[in-house]
Write a protein that binds this ligand. Structure first.
Ligand code: HEC
Length: 480
């Protein structure tokens, strides 16, 4: 009897341990066990994410239609059908997936935000994983605080492992009904109508402005904005251009997505192609001159290259951004380079050693542009802009974020005005906004063009500004 009891006890202890081991299994990372999306990952997404991240729904519309019919609306003015077919951003808002992210179908996931929601094999770079692993209370954590507790460690670990293993959806395809009308108006790099003007630069004499788009370089007369001529460029897409310090050459950065990035150097004002530099493996997004014979380029391939233009060869390759690099600027010492990236970081590089000095990570969404305040006698100051709708001011040499302004719409491009006493930002609603760098208040808002104001340049002397947008729009703005 006694003996049997002992045996029973031993058996139950054993099975208890066995259950513990079983329970612990999903947490411990066993590389062999393959995560099954449908049974191990999907339920969490369904439960915690689908309510806000599903395909645009026709359902609320049809119920509205019924009630409209029921109440025999006389004028038929907001016929819901019309507003459904021809979506106005406003009227669609309640029914579209939040943040332009659709998680209820494989196609939706893959097409959301340029495929950055889940990057197979790279959980740290996948927006979905980034957002579910922010610390509790941090801006941007998913699900948002009002939608309940953060995911458990077990849930996030499963998702991590699933992404690491290649993000295989198995047989699941998800909601097939409507994954098409994903509205991507929350993210740049995406032409809305026609090739947009992606960058602008004034010639040193201020008599011309050069605009780049997919078709090449358009040279406009200033201030009449009469088109003088078009210069053909080898790259399929062009993202940035910059005049050399003496104004006699023009560097143009672009490329063919996911294949090559190129920098083409032209003589100014002849417009003759002098040289092509092509070491990048993805589009070049930014070019900045260091001096007459060297320049730095940034690329979606995540690297920054410093070029010697006498030989046409790379002298340094700076690695550290975990996503594409979006913008660059040199500090006045020409030894310190600052970059922004899709990885939300502002990074500071020492070119004497080629090392990353520091990473500043206050932006909570991809950063697009940055600009050095001119005429600084004290610590250098930089303004950066991001999809998080902020203009942030930094002292890059000591690694401090000084302050920030939050705008109504996301800024895409930034520049300093009036010798560094004002900041101007071009935004996704086609407006330019003026920010006082001391009070960080928005002191002005000027509607510049239709659609996104992708690009912006400040005239060297007359105080006016040129703004570029979709459909080859180029506008002159005179500031008071
Ligand atoms: C209550 C609604 C709600 C729920 C639930 C929710 N989200 Fe979101 N999500 C939003 C909103 C609103 C945005 C856009 C604002 C932002 O980016 O923070 C967004 C944005 C995102 C983005 C885009 C980030 C970017 O960089 O543009 C991702 C990824 C995301 N959510 C993932 C998730 C995941 C994964 C879950 C479930 C674990 C989830 N969300 C649950 C409302 C929600």
């Amino acid at each position: 009897m006694k003996c049997e009891q002992h045996l029973n006890l031993a058996a139950s202890i054993f099975s208890f341990i066995f259950i513990l081991v079983l329970a612990a299994r999903p947490v411990s990372a066993e590389p062999q066990t393959k995560i099954d999306f449908e049974t191990q990952v999907l339920p969490t997404l369904q439960d915690r994410c689908f309510s806000c991240h599903s395909a645009p729904k026709a359902e609320p519309q049809s119920s509205r239609r019924q009630s409209a019919v029921g109440s025999q609306k006389p004028d038929g003015m907001d016929a819901p059908e019309t507003s459904f077919r021809k979506p106005k951003a406003e009227s669609r808002k309640p029914f579209k997936p939040k943040g332009g992210v659709q998680l209820d179908s494989m196609k939706g996931i893959e097409e959301s935000l340029y495929g950055e929601v889940i990057i197979a094999g790279e959980p740290e770079d996948s927006l979905l994983y980034q957002r579910i692993t922010l610390s509790e209370g941090e801006t941007g954590i998913m699900p948002p605080p009002e939608a309940g507790d953060p995911l458990t460690k077990q849930e996030t670990d499963l998702i991590r492992k699933w992404i690491e293993q290649g993000a295989d959806y198995g047989a699941w395809t998800g909601n097939q009904s409507e994954s098409k009308p994903l509205i991507t108006d929350t993210h740049p790099h995406q032409p809305t109508v026609m090739p947009p003007i992606t960058a602008l630069a004034f010639s040193h004499d201020g008599k011309s402005v050069v605009a780049c788009s997919q078709v090449g370089l358009d040279v406009y007369d200033w201030p009449t904005l009469n088109l003088q001529r078009t210069i053909a460029v080898q790259a399929r897409n062009i993202h940035d251009l910059a005049f050399s310090p003496d104004g006699n050459q023009l560097a143009v950065g672009g490329g063919n997505p996911a294949t090559t990035g190129t920098i083409e150097i032209f003589s100014w004002s002849q417009g003759e192609s002098l040289r092509i530099l092509s070491e990048h493996r993805d589009s070049v997004t930014a070019v900045v001159w260091r001096d007459a014979s060297s320049l730095a380029s940034a690329s979606l391939d995540r690297d920054i290259i410093l070029w010697d233009l006498r030989t046409g060869t790379p002298v340094q390759r700076l690695k550290g951004h975990s996503r594409g690099v979006s913008s660059l600027c040199f500090l006045d010492d020409k030894q310190t380079l600052v970059s922004t990236g899709v990885d939300q970081n502002v990074r500071v590089w020492d070119l004497t050693t080629g090392e990353l000095i520091r990473s500043l990570n206050n932006h909570t969404l991809p950063a697009h542009d940055l600009a050095l305040r001119p005429n600084d006698t004290g610590l250098p100051m930089i303004a950066s802009v991001s999809d998080d709708r902020t203009v942030r001011l930094w002292q890059p040499t000591i690694g401090r974020m000084v302050k920030f302004a939050r705008l109504k719409e996301a800024p895409l491009n930034v520049a300093w005005l009036n010798g560094g006493t004002r900041i101007i930002a071009a935004c996704t609603d086609g407006a330019v906004r003026l920010v006082d760098p001391d009070s960080v208040e928005v002191t002005g808002e000027i509607h510049a063009l239709k659609g996104w104001a992708y690009s912006l340049a400040v005239h060297p002397t007359d105080g006016s500004v040129v703004v570029g947008g979709p459909d080859a729009q180029v506008r002159r703005i005179v500031l008071k």
